[in-house]
Design a binder for this molecule. Structure first.
Ligand SMILES: [Cu+2]
Length: 149
């Protein structure tokens, strides 16, 4: 009887410890889809986000008429492509380390792109090469973001 109660107490302590670690380390970074930010039109509020594997990326449809999809070649191998539909909030837990490029389908030509770096940017060279194929404004913005890494 006593031993059984003791074991239950230990299991409970272990579960609490695990939950504590998870909530302390996993974070959420938010990118808002905006019509305007300062002088810029059609932008992601945070064009460069750095998080750790297991963290969550939240993409918020603060303004309507935007989406967020993975840019071809700017995705770590084994990672699920990002696809947040128009006018929806999306939450994605990113577990594969590397560089993720996202774009807004109708506004990529206006430079509406963002770079998300999860832990170690293992696919940096491949992602930078893929960014060369973007329209001029998006390409320029990406090269500015890469220069900050
Ligand atoms: Cu857009």
């Amino acid at each position: 009887m006593r031993a059984k109660r003791m074991r239950a107490a230990l299991l409970c302590a272990a579960a609490t410890a695990v939950a504590g670690v998870a909530s302390a380390s996993a974070e959420t970074a938010t990118i808002e889809m905006l019509n305007k930010k300062g002088d810029e039109r059609f932008v992601y509020s945070a064009p460069l986000v750095r998080i750790e594997p297991g963290d969550t990326l939240r993409i918020a449809a603060t303004d309507k008429g935007h989406n967020a999809v993975s840019i071809d070649g700017m995705l770590p191998s084994g990672a699920e492509p990002i696809n947040v539909p128009f006018n929806k909030d999306g939450e994605i837990t990113l577990t594969e380390p590397g560089v993720y490029g996202i774009k807004c389908t109708p506004h990529v030509g206006l430079g509406m792109v963002a770079l998300v770096v999860v832990g170690d940017p293992a696919n940096l060279d491949a992602a930078a090469a893929a960014a060369e194929k973007l329209p001029p404004k998006a390409k320029k913005r990406m090269s500015e973001l890469f220069s900050q890494l």
